[in-house]
Design a protein around this ligand. Structure first.
Ligand code: GLA
Length: 380
């Protein structure tokens, strides 16, 4: 990303002296709504990111200019800002203070090229950028895992979305050309080289930004917790849906609310799909991998009920065009579909997706070709 405009704005507003930090958004090949259930995910950082020019200002005031919003916020370290985007920065600052870290005020200009509200985790990128920058500027000695967890806590406490760890983890830990197979219970992870031969990954943005996303997200999480609480009465070692097998769950088919049962079943099956997908990948079996992506979508749409008409439509168009695998990605209710396809099918699929989507929804979807990029870093 060309970030000279950010540097120029910083110089104009605050002076010549600053450092530059960046953190990316993420994709997730498979493993959706499994992270907060202690399950597996398979994300990667992308080459779209947030870049921030920052300098400590020896006061206890934060002054931030959002280049994309063309707005400035000024707030004391412990003061809640007004604008939504500033809450993420405030959230990170609060989590650092809570943990006893000594930080001061700073001046900042930030901007980026992650499409906002498209399910590519602009919010995690924002949290990671600020946590990484503050750690470096004030020598806090945080590990990468600390930073991912602080970003997640900021989202829970300042923004009110009870997200899992996947997005912040991918944003902080990402490595070029690698996806991350993360076990969200143990937090152990492997970096898996991802260069599918003659295949590529493309995102199609429905351009639907659903305002139910965060409230429904918290409801899904609560439904999973409700399932766990019931099962735990008989199986005290169960703490997360990850600890529950399909056989165990079936014992509760009559006890659990029908919708709760379906949510839990989806999560357990999705976890199994991630494991099967990893096996397929190690055998270079992209056909199998793709089938698992379609099955993931089916579950997200019909059992977990977090898709929308537009995403379902794009997945169907993918299927008709022989795309190996397609599914909605991220929290749901809009955003992007992720598609794994043969190089040779790219042109016809994209042309058909754009044309048929326009005809049906009277607007064009956006296409993003994915490159797996590097996680949080200091540019200078
Ligand atoms: C959002 C959350 C993640 C994860 C996904 C769904 O992106 O931030 O923690 O739960 O939804 O897989």
């Amino acid at each position: 990303m060309d970030y000279t405009f950010i540097c120029n704005q910083f110089v104009k507003r605050y002076g010549e002296d600053y450092n530059l930090y960046a953190s990316p958004g993420r994709v997730n090949l498979i493993g959706e709504h499994t992270d907060y259930n202690g399950g597996f995910v398979f994300p990667g950082a992308i080459d779209k990111m947030i870049v921030a020019a920052i300098k400590a200002n020896d006061t206890d005031t934060i002054s931030v200019y959002s280049y994309d919003m063309k707005e400035t916020e000024e707030f004391a370290l412990d003061e809640k800002p007004i604008r939504g985007w500033a809450l993420y920065i405030y959230g990170v600052v609060q989590e650092l203070l809570k943990r006893g870290h000594k930080i001061g005020g700073f001046n900042c200009v930030f901007g980026g090229d992650i499409p906002i509200g498209s399910g590519l985790s602009t919010s995690a990128a924002l949290e990671s950028t600020f946590c990484f920058a503050l750690n470096d500027m004030f020598n806090l000695g945080l590990s990468k895992l600390d930073m991912a967890q602080i970003g997640q806590a900021a989202e829970h406490n300042a923004v009110g979305v009870r997200c899992g760890i996947m997005d912040q983890f991918a944003s902080v830990f990402g490595e070029e050309g690698h996806l991350i197979r993360l076990d969200c219970r143990s937090l152990e992870y492997d970096l898996v080289p991802f260069h599918p031969e003659n295949c590529r990954v493309v995102l199609i943005d429905t351009q639907v930004k659903h305002n139910l996303a965060s409230s429904e997200y918290n409801i899904r999480r609560a439904e999973c917790e409700e399932g766990v609480a019931t099962i735990k009465k008989d199986y005290p070692l169960v703490n997360l849906l990850r600890d529950v097998t399909l056989d165990m769950l079936h014992e509760y088919k009559k006890t659990l609310k029908e919708s709760t049962f379906r949510r839990c079943q989806y999560v357990i099956q999705e976890n199994m799909r991630v494991e099967a997908a990893m096996d397929a990948l190690y055998q270079n079996d992209y056909v199998k991998f793709g089938e698992l992506m379609y099955a993931s979508h089916e579950g997200l749409s019909k059992e977990y009920n977090v898709s929308c008409e537009e995403s379902d439509f794009l997945v169907e168009v993918a299927r008709k065009n022989g795309v190996l695998g397609a599914r909605m990605m991220g929290g749901g209710f809009g955003g992007c579909t992720i598609n794994l396809l043969k190089e040779e099918d790219y042109d016809t699929f994209i042309a058909d997706a754009i044309e048929s989507y326009k005809q049906k929804f009277r607007k064009a979807p956006k296409i993003y070709d994915v490159k797996i990029g590097v996680g949080s870093h200091k540019i200078k």
